[in-house]
Every structure is written in structure tokens, then in C-alpha cells.
Design a protein around this ligand. Structure first.
Ligand code: NAD
Ligand code: MG
Length: 390
């Protein structure tokens, strides 16, 4: 029996995780579920999975949940606040943590799980963008097993040699080919991009995801964050990570070897595949995903990324090369920009403008301890809010 905490259980990845778990209740037991404020859905999940703990960030929501839990005669203990997220990520009775909170808020409990030596199923890419060095250090020191959930990184993990220890050269790896769908605006005339709406940005052609990552996919900042994620996960220099636009999202990424071999992982675009892979690793379990029908897909296309159309991709490569707190500054500015775009306060093309303005304003520092990252995150958010208010 593997005992799990699911951080962000009411989100897109959280729900897919519980869908896979529900197919294998003989193998997985839920110890804790967490959400920001969706008490109704969290209550339904508590009824279904009977966790020992349920955590909500929002106080009013946690009071509502407590009442319903008592009325239903459930034994789940309801906790509130961000310290509780770290608590349920480090409990001795927890074997594995699914890190599926969105944004920088997901970093502290994910880092805590790494420090506690838990097996980590990592969906929250922001943890690596903010604190890649600190997080990978914690994983190594505690002996955590780290399994990527992001479909591209999960594909790369599967295509690398088993036991890959972070040395590309020793493993004969020449390049990581990170595929990208190109999002909903791949072919939108450039002059129309200024007017696109949150609804259009969130209508991803292949994947159904949370709103923040959907906007990131439309701006290709998601791919930029994933370049940084790949750098930390696989110890790959920026120059060895090539983004390949592949509109069908059937190949989830590839690894190129020095002998000319390219290994790819293919599948229908459904996050239950990487989730099931990580849950059962090194075994395989059924995920509920339909088998791939290659005859129906018929063809696979590949094109080079358009850096002019997607300045966020350039910004992310630059941030990775700059190092220090720059990726954290970029990430924070992007989170504020995406929230403002979803709130119709700024236009789609303002997202990279705002990020550039923040990077020009807040000075980069080195990262020695977690506080350096938290300070950078706060400073970038303040500068971004100021830019919006002007
Ligand atoms: P989502 O918005 O659907 O869900 C986010 C979850 O986090 C919810 O349960 C929400 O209650 C919780 N949450 C939000 N803000 C919080 C806060 N401040 N504190 C605590 N909890 C909070 O997001 P998602 O699409 O499931 O994405 C989750 C993570 O997985 C992101 O980091 C994303 O980049 C990554 N990811 C998602 C997909 C996907 O297909 N959705 C694919 C790859 C990677
Ligand atoms: Mg991805």
C-alpha cells in the first residue's frame, strides 16, 4: 500500500490523480487532500477517499468543510493555512506527495516533502523555476525519489537510460527535444494577438488544464518554464534543450543520443498517463487513457518555435542563463501578469512587456538560502502590481 498526500487535489492534475487512484484502491491510500478554497469539491473527495486530513487555505471555507465533515460522520480532520500544507507533506505515515498546487505557492510544501525524503510526484514546475538548486539539493540529500509529472519531462524521464544520474555525456545524450503544441495562437495573425480574450487563451487545442497553465501555454511561457524545469531535472545546459513545436501533442518529448538515435514517448494527451507512470514506477498500471490510434492520427508535424511571436520563450531562456534569482523574478512577474490578464486588467501582449519591465527594475541576486528566493518573489510581485497600476 502506498500512502499519498495530494497537494491541490481539486485542480486539474489533482482530479486526474484521484481518478487513477480510484482505479487501484488496493494499491494506494489517501492520507491527505488539500485545496485553496473549493470546500464543496474537497468534501466530495473526502467522502470518496476518506483521508485522515483535509487542508484548506481559506479560513471560511475550512469552517464550512469542518461542519459538513462532522454532519456526515466522517473522521477526516480539517486543517487550515499554509503551515498545514507542509505538515501533511512531511507526516511519517506519508510515502509519496503529489505536488499539484499551481504557482509559487506550491513550492514550500514541495520543498518540505523533499527535505523529509518523500517520494515526490512533481507537477508544480514552479518549484524548480524558483528554487531549482535548493530543491534538487534537498532531493539528493534526503534520498527522495523524484518523478516528473509534466508530460514532457515524464516522457524524457522514460526515454533516458534507467537510473540516469544527471550526466548527459556519460549517458551518451546529445540533446533534449522538448515538444510544444504551440498553443491556441500558433497561427493567429500577429495583429490580432493584442485583442485575444482569456476565453480564447484558455481554449487549448489538445489539453484540458487549469487556467494559469493554459494562459502560459498560449504565451509559450509554459514551455519557457519547462526549459528551466528540464535544466534542473536532467542537469541539462540551456543549449542542449531544443524546443520543437509539434501541434498534434502525440509525442510528449524526445531524447537524442550521440549515435543518432532519438527515443520518444507517445500517447494520447491525457495527464493520467504520466500520473499512473509516476504512481506505479517502476511498474506500470492501467490509467483509464484510451490506447493511441496511430491510423487516426496519420501524421505528425514538427516546426521550429517562433521566438518573435512568443517573446516569453526568449525571456525564459535568458532567465535560465542569467541564473540567481532571475527565474524567480520572471516567474513572479508572470504569475501577476497572467492573473491580471485573466481579470481583463491587461492585454495578452502586455504579459511579456510586464515581465521585461519587472526584470529591468528588480535587481538579480544570488540564491544561497530559501529567503533569497522568497524576497525576490515578493519584490517582483510588488513591481508587477505597480506596473499594472500605472
Ligand atoms: P489548477 O488551477 O487546476 O489547480 C490548482 C490546485 O492548487 C487547486 O487544487 C487549488 O485549490 C490549489 N491552489 C491554488 N492556489 C493555491 C494556493 N495559493 N495555496 C494552496 N493551494 C492552492 O492547476 P493545474 O492545471 O492542476 O496545475 C497544477 C500544477 O501542475 C501547476 O504547477 C501546473 O504548471 C502543473 N501542470 C499541470 C498540467 C495540467 O495538465 N493541468 C500539466 C503539467 C503541469
Ligand atoms: Mg507540460
Amino acid at each position: 500500500m502506498q500512502r499519498l498526500t495530494v497537494l491541490g487535489s481539486t485542480g486539474s492534475i489533482g482530479k486526474s490523480t484521484l481518478d487513477v487512484v480510484a482505479r487501484h484502491l488496493d494499491k494506494y491510500q489517501i492520507i491527505a487532500l488539500t485545496a485553496q478554497q473549493q470546500d464543496e469539491l474537497l468534501f466530495e473527495q473526502c467522502q470518496r477517499f476518506q483521508p485522515r486530513y483535509a487542508v484548506l487555505l481559506d479560513e471560511a471555507a475550512s469552517e464550512r468543510l469542518s461542519k459538513r465533515i462532522v454532519a456526515a460522520g466522517l473522521e477526516t480532520e480539517v486543517l487550515c493555512g499554509s503551515a498545514a500544507l507542509e505538515r501533511v507533506s512531511t507526516l511519517p505515515e506519508v510515502d509519496a506527495v503529489m505536488a499539484a498546487i499551481v504557482g509559487a505557492a506550491g513550492m514550500p510544501p514541495t520543498l518540505a516533502a523533499a527535505q523529509a525524503g518523500k517520494k515526490i510526484l512533481l507537477a508544480n514546475k514552479e518549484t524548480l523555476v524558483l528554487a531549482g538548486h535548493l530543491f534538487m539539493d534537498a532531493v539528493q540529500r534526503s534520498g527522495s525519489v523524484l518523478l516528473p509529472i509534466d508530460s514532457e519531462h515524464n516522457a524524457i524521464f522514460q526515454a533516458l537510460p534507467r537510473g540516469y544520474a544527471g550526466n548527459m555525456q556519460a549517458s551518451g545524450v546529445s540533446k533534449i527535444l522538448l515538444t510544444a503544441s504551440g498553443g491556441p495562437f500558433r497561427n493567429t495573425p500577429l495583429e490580432q494577438l493584442q485583442q485575444v480574450t482569456p476565453e480564447q487563451a484558455c481554449a487549448h487545442p489538445n489539453w484540458s488544464m487549469g487556467r494559469k497553465i493554459s494562459v502560459d501555454s498560449a504565451s509559450m511561457m509554459n514551455k519557457g518554464l519547462e526549459v528551466i524545469e528540464a535544466h534542473w531535472l536532467f542537469n541539462a545546459p540551456a543549449d542542449s534543450i531544443q524546443v520543437v513545436v509539434h501541434p498534434q501533442s502525440v509525442i510528449h518529448s524526445m531524447v537524442q543520443y550521440v549515435d543518432g538515435s532519438v527515443l520518444a514517448q507517445l500517447g494520447n494527451p491525457d495527464m493520467r498517463t504520466p500520473i499512473a507512470y509516476a504512481l506505479a514506477y517502476p511498474e506500470r498500471i492501467e490509467s483509464g487513457v484510451a490506447p493511441l490510434d496511430l491510423f487516426q492520427i496519420a501524421k505528425l508535424d514538427f516546426v521550429a518555435p517562433d521566438f518573435e511571436r512568443f517573446p516569453c520563450l526568449t525571456l525564459a531562456y535568458q532567465a535560465l542563463r542569467a541564473g540567481g534569482t532571475t527565474p524567480a523574478l520572471m516567474n513572479a512577474a508572470n504569475e501577476v501578469a497572467v492573473a491580471a490578464f485573466l481579470d481583463r486588467q491587461i492585454a495578452f501582449l502586455d504579459i511579456p512587456r510586464l515581465i521585461e519591465a519587472v526584470l529591468g527594475k528588480v535587481a538579480r541576486t544570488e540564491v544561497h538560502v530559501l529567503q533569497d528566493v522568497l524576497d525576490a518573489d515578493a519584490a517582483a510581485r510588488a513591481a508587477a502590481q505597480e506596473w499594472i497600476a500605472q
